[in-house]
Ligand binder design. Structure first.
Ligand code: PGA
Length: 317
């Protein structure tokens, strides 16, 4: 039988079996009724026994017909899977990935993108590093595939997947009087001179929320719009600050003192986000899967030569 049956015949038979009607099958397949009948007759001849029984207009399957219907469904499912996997390979061979990362995510996003690119060298990747306002604008205009954020927006309906821990630690210059002192309280810190990120920064909001929850407030001595500028200000003895551990990547372990303060590190996460209405592209989904496979290995940011921020900041447990 397999030498003579055509896919076309199986397709027609599958439609008749599913719709219990020659007429509806011919309509669905845009074929004339005589064509459908002729192909069914050929198929029946090849099998050598009736596949359908017709009572009036109603078509039902014989036992041989039911078996062939099942076989046809399996064949078409296998073909569908094959077609999909070819399309996926093609898509991953030369797709595009447009990524947007909020300020602080720029410390780890390029590394992850680099590793992903090595796995899929044909994919063209672009990364824009920007602030919250622009992230929202880009989401509203559907411009990028995926966003790496510390706080999923509430203004837009999104799908947000946590991909990595984002602990925030308090930093001081190594010779700062509080450096090395155990069990500092938030009240101790509220007295200090603070260097803070700009209003609207996720890092700043997390710090302010923690102090606020304890009935305290920080009055920043200096506001700076970048983590790098804040680190320079700390080293220049302009004050203390709190930053994501990821901002310490590439620094020597002893370049900053990580203070031991109640409530710190503030345990936050990084999220990969896309608008709920948007179907994630094949490449974006592949990148998201890649991020999730990386998740376990990146719960704390390395400082300098492999030392871990979570160790230095006295994270308990
Ligand atoms: P940011 O970081 O402080 O650069 O805005 C994002 C966040 O932590 O939410």
């Amino acid at each position: 039988m397999r030498h003579h049956t055509t896919f076309r015949q199986l397709e027609i038979f599958e439609a008749i079996a599913r719709l219990s009607s020659f007429t509806r099958a011919s309509e669905e397949l845009y074929l004339t009724q005589p064509t459908v009948s002729m192909q069914m007759k050929k198929l029946t001849d090849i099998v050598g026994s009736p596949l359908v029984e017709q009572i009036g207009k109603k078509v039902s399957l014989t036992e041989d017909g039911r078996e062939l219907a099942q076989a046809s469904r399996e064949i078409f499912a296998i073909l569908d899977r094959y077609t999909m996997s070819v399309a996926q390979r093609r898509g991953l061979e030369k797709g595009k990935l447009k990524l947007m990362a909020i300020t602080t995510a720029s410390y780890f996003a390029p590394r992850l993108l680099g590793e992903f690119s090595k796995l899929h060298p044909g994919i063209e990747v672009s990364l824009r590093v920007t602030n919250k306002e622009q992230v929202l604008a880009s989401m509203a205009d559907n411009l990028d595939d995926l966003y790496l954020l510390g706080t999923p927006p509430v203004e837009i309906d999104v799908v947000a997947t946590p991909i990595m821990d984002n602990p925030i630690v308090v930093l001081a210059a190594p010779d700062h009087p509080l450096a090395g002192r155990p069990n500092l309280t938030l009240a101790d810190l509220a007295q200090e001179r603070w260097v803070m990120r700009e209003a609207g920064s996720g890092t700043r909001k997390a710090i302010e929320t923690l102090f606020h929850e304890h009935g305290l407030e920080i009055r920043p001595r200096l506001e700076l719009g970048s983590n790098e500028a804040i680190k320079q200000a700390i080293l220049a003895d302009l004050g203390i600050s709190a930053l994501s551990c990821h901002a310490l990547t590439l620094h020597q372990p002893d370049q900053f003192a990580v203070l031991d303060v109640e409530g710190f590190p503030i345990l936050r996460h990084w999220y990969a986000v896309y608008p709920a209405g948007r179907q994630a592209s094949l490449v974006a989904r592949a990148f998201l899967d890649f991020l999730l496979t990386q998740r376990n290995g990146s719960s704390c940011a390395p400082i300098g030569n492999g030392a871990c921020c979570a160790v230095n900041c006295g994270k308990k447990g």
